[in-house]
Design a protein around this ligand. Structure first.
Ligand SMILES: NC(=O)c1ccc[n+]([C@@H]2O[C@H](COP(=O)([O-])OP(=O)(O)OC[C@H]3O[C@@H](n4cnc5c(N)ncnc54)[C@H](O)[C@@H]3O)[C@@H](O)[C@H]2O)c1
Length: 692
């Protein structure tokens, strides 16, 4: 059967042979066994709903075994035999080109070169699923191949509920992932309801078909590191005079030092980002395999496995004003402590160990080898927990000492401050601005001693102005189309820059530089995709220019989208909306309005997820995809939808009294007469002092 015939067939007519999956591929971890006997029976019964009765006997036994072995029923035998990758849009069997674009994006998210655990339909983040099982994949592709532009496919956590009549203007697909009744949205609930086969964790761009490989994370990390250096520009000058700082930073980022940890999935982007930002990066990684892999892939320049050599190499790099990235194979605590002792001044510091899962290998304690730690995790988990907490106290102590010398440290959304505080490390500031642990705070509320990357950097410098991770995919699959779009985007941004206010000039310039070097940085994995940070004006103008180029036949159709980690798509109190200070960061109205608003303004597909990055129940995030097919209708849609997608977020941020967002929304109201946003009246704090 051809690829097209297999897609059109959906669930095959003949029961496919039992599948012997490869043990070579990276497999998803076994999930917790949380179901009772009756619930396990229900899980198998739920899975069998997809298949004719005549197969139930054989499949029931097999699915029960999958549940036992993996904690989930993936239906491995139904994984199609054709190669999984994004084909050119013209190669899909479809009555709707919008539906074909969605098929392409789904296949990209499942491409083994892109996906983390492709056999289990997981794209990234350990549990970011596109579908729960292979039957859902087969049915969805079949629906998409058959649907017209007057139907909408509604998908419940990977399950295609069906095609419903709609209209040309409606989205072709509406996706929800992990949406729960709030009281049933705790981590253990996720285990249970996912095992039952009634929900899934879609992360952000996995279950919304918008993942584009590591490029997105490299760009976001570069923006963060560059802006971190800018943030401290003046204090860096002062730090030259700080006591013990024997290697004062030179001008610009050259020769300035960024110390961090982790060379894993997302953290592995840090050295490459550091190189693009133009500084010295030292990234500690305890797992020698992870470090070697990143070195082989060219993501880090130098590998060093002992502290003495590291100190020597870094001192030389600081003296010579080098741009270089160094992987230290060892514990990050050794680096912080060793650099303090040897008087190495650290300009910027952060951490990307996986502290969102501290007890199962997310964080390795100092003083123990990697192997020893893994043994203790298995054999003495309680003792391991103590070691992690001791290490976190030492880790925070060393950071505190560097901060005294002038180091700027920020939390990278990996729960470093949270877990360090639970270990009773000194990561709070008391009323006297002293660094203290939570136990010594007493009745005092205390504040974190360090900001998060969104509070200090991405929030005020990017999101509040409307800058966020806009991305596109050239559906022809041709590298030359991507090159043409890079050129178009660079021209549009340069043109906008001429009339941009000073406040956003730097962000514009960063993205012009990024897009000009994008091809050279060689970051395409899977589909021909690109990312850059742009505001509403930039996104709409770039999109219009793409649509014009499609219309002229210069390039094939383009899919637009974005990461959910953006201005207006995500309500997440400890990450995307952590710089919202009016109490509303624990609400999720913005994300809901985002997805509903986008859906009737022209999105080709919309998605809303519970969970993504920070965990189930901790975030609600929304996203969209939009096909630019060169038509006038596409032009209307892009203008309408991209404007709302960004400005909804800025409006909410300005209502929370964020200065940068107030600036951005007032500017937008001046040029868009149809936009009327409720603005806050600012209150003098002294007025409140003696009220209670
Ligand atoms: N990059 C971003 O933009 C971003 C944004 C938000 C959150 N995060 C968070 O960053 C964390 C890292 O993500 P990831 O995908 O890279 O995870 P990962 O687990 O793939 O990588 C973490 C790496 O840290 C190493 N490590 C653990 N303890 C160490 C120690 N003490 N010293 C040196 N190395 C140590 C591990 O061996 C592992 O390779 C996660 O918690 C993630 O949620 C990243």
């Amino acid at each position: 059967m051809t690829f097209k015939e297999q897609i059109l067939q959906g669930i095959p007519n003949e029961l496919p042979p039992k599948y012997n999956y490869s043990i070579e591929v990276n497999r998803a971890p076994k999930r917790k066994d949380v179901l009772s006997k009756a619930e396990k029976q229900l899980a198998v019964k739920n899975a069998l709903r997809y298949f004719p009765k005549k197969w139930h006997g054989e499949l029931a036994v097999e699915f029960a075994q999958e549940l036992k072995d993996f904690g989930r029923i993936y239906m491995y035998r139904f994984k199609p035999k054709y190669e999984m990758f994004a084909r050119s849009i013209s190669e899909y069997s479809a009555k709707s080109s919008q539906a074909a674009a969605i098929m392409l994006m789904i296949q990209n998210n499942l491409n083994p070169a892109v996906a983390q655990h492709p056999e289990e339909l997981i794209t990234y983040g350990g549990n970011g699923a596109v579908f729960q099982n292979w039957a859902q994949y087969l049915l969805t592709m079949q629906y998409l191949a058959n649907m017209t532009d007057e139907q909408t496919l509604h998908m419940y956590s990977g399950h295609p509920m069906g095609l419903f009549p709609s209209s040309k203007e409606a989205p072709r697909v509406v996706v929800t992932n992990g949406m729960m009744i709030p009281n049933y949205s705790k981590p253990d609930d996720w285990e249970k309801f996912s095992a039952l086969g009634v929900t899934q964790y879609g992360q952000m761009t996995a279950g919304s078909f918008m993942y584009i490989g590591p490029q997105g994370i490299v760009h976001g990390t570069t923006i963060t590191v560059m802006n971190a250096f800018r943030k401290i520009e003046s204090s860096l000058q002062n730090s030259k005079n700080k006591k013990n700082a024997v290697s004062p930073p030179s001008e610009g980022t050259k020769g300035r030092l960024f110390v961090t940890s982790g060379l894993g999935g997302m953290s592995g982007a840090q050295p490459k980002a550091g190189n693009i930002a133009g500084c010295i990066t030292v990234c500690a990684e305890v797992n020698p395999n992870a470090a070697t892999k990143r070195h082989e892939q060219g993501w880090v320049d130098v590998l060093i496995d002992n502290l003495e050599d590291l100190v020597g190499r870094v001192k030389k790099a600081q003296k010579d004003g080098e741009v270089v990235s160094i992987a230290y194979i060892g514990n990050v605590v050794e680096v912080w402590e060793g650099f303090y002792e040897k008087n190495i001044f650290i300009d910027v510091g952060s951490d990307q160990t996986s502290l969102h899962i501290p007890w199962t290998g997310g964080y390795y304690p100092v003083g123990m080898s990697y192997k020893e730690s893994n043994r203790m995790i298995r054999e003495a988990p309680e003792q391991f927990k103590e070691k992690v907490q001791e290490s976190l106290c030492r880790h925070a102590e060393a950071i505190n000492k560097h901060a005294e010398r002038g180091t700027y440290f920020f939390d990278y959304g990996n729960a470093f401050l949270l877990e360090a505080s639970r270990a009773d490390a000194k990561v709070f500031l008391n009323n006297k601005n002293e660094k203290v642990s939570s136990s010594s705070l007493g009745e005092e509320a205390g504040r974190w001693a360090y900001p998060s990357y969104v509070q200090d950097i991405l929030g005020p410098m990017c999101f509040d102005y409307g800058f966020g991770p806009f991305r596109w995919v050239c559906t022809s699959g041709k590298p030359e189309d991507l090159e043409k779009t890079d050129k178009i985007a660079a021209e549009v941004l340069q043109d906008i820059m001429k009339g941009s206010p000073e406040e956003i000039q730097l962000q514009m310039q960063d993205n012009v530089t990024w897009i000009k070097n994008a091809k050279e940085n060689n970051l395409v994995v899977g589909s021909q995709a690109r990312i850059l940070y742009a505001d509403a004006e930039g996104r709409a103008k770039i999109a219009k220019a793409f649509n014009d180029a499609v219309s002229k036949g210069d390039i094939g159709p383009v899919v637009l989208g974005r990461d959910h980690h953006d201005v207006g798509g995500t309500d997440s109190p400890y990450r995307e909306t952590s710089n919202i200070y009016d109490g509303s960061k624990f609400t999720a109205d913005m994300a809901m309005h985002n997805v509903i608003g986008d859906s009737f303004r022209g999105a080709t597909w919309v998605s809303i997820h519970n969970g993504g990055g920070v965990g189930w129940g901790e975030v609600i995030n929304g996203g969209f995809g939009m096909l630019l097919d060169g038509t006038k209708e596409a032009e209307e849609r892009l203008k309408n939808m991209l404007f709302f997608d960004v400005n909804n977020g800025i409006a909410r941020r300005s209502w929370a009294r964020n200065d940068e967002a107030l600036f951005a929304i007032k500017r937008e109201m001046q040029r868009t007469l149809n936009l009327k946003v409720t603005l806050p009246n600012l209150v003098e704090d002294e007025l409140l002092e003696n009220l209670f």
